[in-house]
Design a protein around this ligand. Sequence first.
Ligand SMILES: *[C@@H]1O[C@H](CO)[C@@H](O)[C@H](O)[C@H]1NC(C)=O
Ligand SMILES: *[C@@H]1O[C@H](CO)[C@@H](O)[C@H](O)[C@H]1NC(C)=O
Ligand SMILES: *[C@@H]1O[C@H](CO)[C@@H](O)[C@H](O)[C@H]1NC(C)=O
Ligand SMILES: *[C@@H]1O[C@H](CO)[C@@H](O)[C@H](O)[C@H]1NC(C)=O
Ligand SMILES: *[C@@H]1O[C@H](CO)[C@@H](O)[C@H](O)[C@H]1NC(C)=O
Ligand SMILES: *[C@@H]1O[C@H](CO)[C@@H](O)[C@H](O)[C@H]1NC(C)=O
Ligand SMILES: *[C@@H]1O[C@H](CO)[C@@H](O)[C@H](O)[C@H]1NC(C)=O
Ligand SMILES: *[C@@H]1O[C@H](CO)[C@@H](O)[C@H](O)[C@H]1NC(C)=O
Ligand SMILES: *[C@@H]1O[C@H](CO)[C@@H](O)[C@H](O)[C@H]1NC(C)=O
Ligand SMILES: *[C@@H]1O[C@H](CO)[C@@H](O)[C@H](O)[C@H]1NC(C)=O
Ligand SMILES: *[C@@H]1O[C@H](CO)[C@@H](O)[C@H](O)[C@H]1NC(C)=O
Ligand SMILES: *[C@@H]1O[C@H](CO)[C@@H](O)[C@H](O)[C@H]1NC(C)=O
Length: 423
Amino acid sequence: MRFALLPFTLLATVSSVVAQTQNTTFLEGLAATLSNAGLTSLVSLVGQANSSAVGQFLLATISSGKPYTLFAPNNDACQYRLPARINAPASVNESLTDTLGYHIVSGNFSTSHTTYPNVTLGRTFLNDTIYVQLEGSKDQVVAWAVRSDGKTHVLNQANDSTVVNTTTYGNLTIQIVDAVLTYPQNFASTVSMDNSSLTSLQSVLQGVSVSYYNASTSQTSDSTAYNIINSGFHGFTLFAPNSSALDAVQSSLAGLSSNQSLVETLLLNHMINGTSVYSPQLVGQNFTSAAGEALTFSINSTGQYVTSGNVTALIIQPDVLLSNGVVHIIDQVFLNTQSDTGAASSAAASATSAAGQSTTETQPIGFSQTASLNPSGSGSGSNSASTSKSAAAMRFSGPGGLQVLTIGIAIVGVLVGSLVILV
Ligand SMILES: *[C@@H]1O[C@H](CO)[C@@H](O)[C@H](O)[C@H]1NC(C)=O
Ligand SMILES: *[C@@H]1O[C@H](CO)[C@@H](O)[C@H](O)[C@H]1NC(C)=O
Ligand SMILES: *[C@@H]1O[C@H](CO)[C@@H](O)[C@H](O)[C@H]1NC(C)=O
Ligand SMILES: *[C@@H]1O[C@H](CO)[C@@H](O)[C@H](O)[C@H]1NC(C)=O
Ligand SMILES: *[C@@H]1O[C@H](CO)[C@@H](O)[C@H](O)[C@H]1NC(C)=O
Ligand SMILES: *[C@@H]1O[C@H](CO)[C@@H](O)[C@H](O)[C@H]1NC(C)=O
Ligand SMILES: *[C@@H]1O[C@H](CO)[C@@H](O)[C@H](O)[C@H]1NC(C)=O
Ligand SMILES: *[C@@H]1O[C@H](CO)[C@@H](O)[C@H](O)[C@H]1NC(C)=O
Ligand SMILES: *[C@@H]1O[C@H](CO)[C@@H](O)[C@H](O)[C@H]1NC(C)=O
Ligand SMILES: *[C@@H]1O[C@H](CO)[C@@H](O)[C@H](O)[C@H]1NC(C)=O
Ligand SMILES: *[C@@H]1O[C@H](CO)[C@@H](O)[C@H](O)[C@H]1NC(C)=O
Ligand SMILES: *[C@@H]1O[C@H](CO)[C@@H](O)[C@H](O)[C@H]1NC(C)=O
């Protein structure tokens, strides 16, 4: 595959998104480093992303000299390991830049690879409101961990995605991955994609009616908990009992079913309202449930536990990421029908206030709470020499306008064609 130095025609009017300027020297060196590592398809895609304002912003960001981590799909990933999900995108370049934005994390995470079930999470640059509805309009996060095979896996992926090599360029850590990363979706799509242990919960949620205040219409109406979890919440944490946990308490739940308000309270005791709390943030902290009851957390050599009332559950799968929150799958149902509305609203108010404060996250999420992250782990460090030999010939070449489609399909037809339908 060849990369011509196509003259770039400036089509788009300069957008306010472009707050920084790109460092061309840096980007040429980066393109050379990626190409030398065999990532020529990625180089081509990044060049195409530069035809949109968001893509230009992302290139300015990574060339700013600050530390970032780039999850860099290799050529096989770009051609064969594409996410299977199919959603209509707004446009080619939007889906490209959204996908690219989910591959860039603020900070140098090279020494923080925890062993699953401990998870490392970083904040990406994906903030397109079509795909992300977290509290305080926060950008989406990406989660990864070292699995028992000794490899770093990016979690919550339609296609298993592992780090196959690591390199650096400047302050950029480049984690080469063998699949294009997919970003989180809503609860319904997440359950149907790869979390069959949540199918019982899904039907329970479909049967629970809750009153829901819609801020945009100022109306309160009844809706199913399922609908609200899928699209009503902007930032929440759900401790989700798996199917065998729900099966074990069938008769207790049946006994409650005549009293919908108790069922609602029981459900709200499995949630934190207004904030997405990821597993490292549960260490050394307690939270208040959406029903106003205490949720307490503990960790020992068997795992991470959450307690509500007299039930202590093991978190069996942490950090199932959603477009609008996070789910931790647990092995017990909290049969807790106690509530404290005052405590619930004050917890929700402080979550809302905390979400409104802008913070720049350049470390693993929850880093200060987890005293000792397990260093090394990734094992495949390599050095950062960016050979200048071929630098001049390696650029992110970005065709513009309609050429984005035609040239894109001609060069990496499978990839771009699939991105059109998948994101
Ligand atoms: C997304 O992030 C960019 C860069 O920080 C910002 O300019 C843009 O306004 C954000 N978009 C939304 C919807 O928050
Ligand atoms: C641009 O990047 C190059 C290579 O990393 C670096 O040497 C140079 O200082 C950067 N220029 C600016 C203006 O930051
Ligand atoms: C991206 O496009 C801008 C013009 O909009 C141009 O100045 C810049 O050099 C391009 N960057 C790359 C890496 O092609
Ligand atoms: C996509 O590219 C076209 C042509 O380059 C441009 O007019 C449009 O604004 C871009 N869309 C986005 C979301 O950047
Ligand atoms: C890397 O970051 C350090 C500290 O933030 C900075 O001093 C240095 O200039 C950066 N290096 C490059 C190549 O940008
Ligand atoms: C990892 O990258 C280095 C250079 O960056 C290369 O020497 C090595 O062969 C690569 N390893 C694999 C398994 O691709
Ligand atoms: C990331 O941090 C580690 C440990 O502090 C350091 O050794 C490494 O050089 C840094 N990587 C980059 C690309 O700046
Ligand atoms: C969390 O709650 C438990 C049980 O009430 C208590 O022992 C512990 O001190 C609390 N931890 C924090 C950080 O408040
Ligand atoms: C860890 O804590 C859980 C919940 O309190 C408890 O059931 C389990 O026995 C503990 N494991 C060990 C090894 O102490
Ligand atoms: C747990 O609490 C519920 C009421 O909240 C009670 O019905 C149940 O008997 C308690 N279970 C145990 C083992 O104490
Ligand atoms: C979450 O908190 C908001 C206030 O911030 C409140 O309006 C809403 O009803 C709460 N939702 C639930 C399910 O408790
Ligand atoms: C997770 O990290 C915590 C804090 O560093 C540690 O105490 C715990 O043993 C780790 N658990 C696992 C399963 O690695």
